[in-house]
Design a protein around this ligand. Sequence first.
Ligand SMILES: [Zn+2]
Ligand SMILES: [Zn+2]
Length: 370
Amino acid sequence: MSQTTAAVLAAMGAAQPYATSQPLALEQLDLAPPGPGEVLVRIEAAGLCHSDLSVVNADRPRPMPMALGHEAVARVEAAGPNTRLKPGQRVVMAFLPACGHCQPCHTGEPWLCVSGAAANGKGELLGGGFRLSHHGQPVHHHLGLSAFATHAVIDERSCVVIDDDIPAEIAALFGCAVLTGVGAVFNSAAVRAGESVAVWGLGGVGLAALIGAVAAGAEPVIAIDPVPEKRALALELGARAAVAPQDVASAFAEHGAPRVAIESVGKGAVLAEAYRTAARGGRIVTVGLPNPADPFTIPAVSLVAEAKTVIGSYMGSAVPARDIPRYIALWRAGRLPVHRLLSGIRPMAEINDALDALASGQAIRQILIP
Ligand SMILES: [Zn+2]
Ligand SMILES: [Zn+2]
């Protein structure tokens, strides 16, 4: 049994500001040794994602207590029996482990892995049960990772090996923001060069979708967000126009309705607007995670009459072992400026302050260093 210091959420729904309510507590937890196919890793850096905030504010309910964090880069320190990974290897984590044996895994759709989704829903590792405990009581894993920590035990099927030379704060981003946002464009929407793309919401995933659209040769790319600084960044990253939500109609009147509409806000009403304003024959891709009670309402006849397609994109329809190396290669070639998603690098002890910066809409991706 080893130890880790991890950011643990005891209860959802804390009041803001989080700097005062302190929903995440850095606690010393017991860490069981890695089982078959599992590794003990030392976390180098972990990104704070809106999905972490959605657990804290109960938009995405999870079993409690839970050690949060699902976007990280780490170094393998020890491997369990019958494990492919070796100590010393460096890995980016993917937040849905794929079992390799279920029907979606067999049909090349590991982002739909039945066993991985079931384990994530229960807050367990893919191999079953918990490796984290506090005074003998189990602590749930967040998406098989629990990466806001000094160390973690994770399934090797959550890992993609990467090179040593990528800065930790960049490497971490490939695990969620880039995998999800770029994947929504490349895989879920299969954007072709010259197609028009609009992106609603310029958080980490939305901006990743925007740089993915630019890399895919989309034209024009239109960004929509209420925060002026994020709109300015979108223009620097290659958007033709960047507008506040109330100016969508005039932007589309000028540049044309988008053939591909990407919604990363996580609100049913925004998804409905993306659907309504997309071009006839358009593809509407949603990567946001609305509250389970939030409905998506459209006129049923419009699906046929306007020949639109609504696509739900989970984890960027990614095959992580295929896609993360591709996205890293594009970053190396200067065509995916992933580093522009970074809002700051902070010590893990500031995680509740970082939650406030994320909730305010000002921060894009903050990297926490354990
Ligand atoms: Zn995430
Ligand atoms: Zn599977």
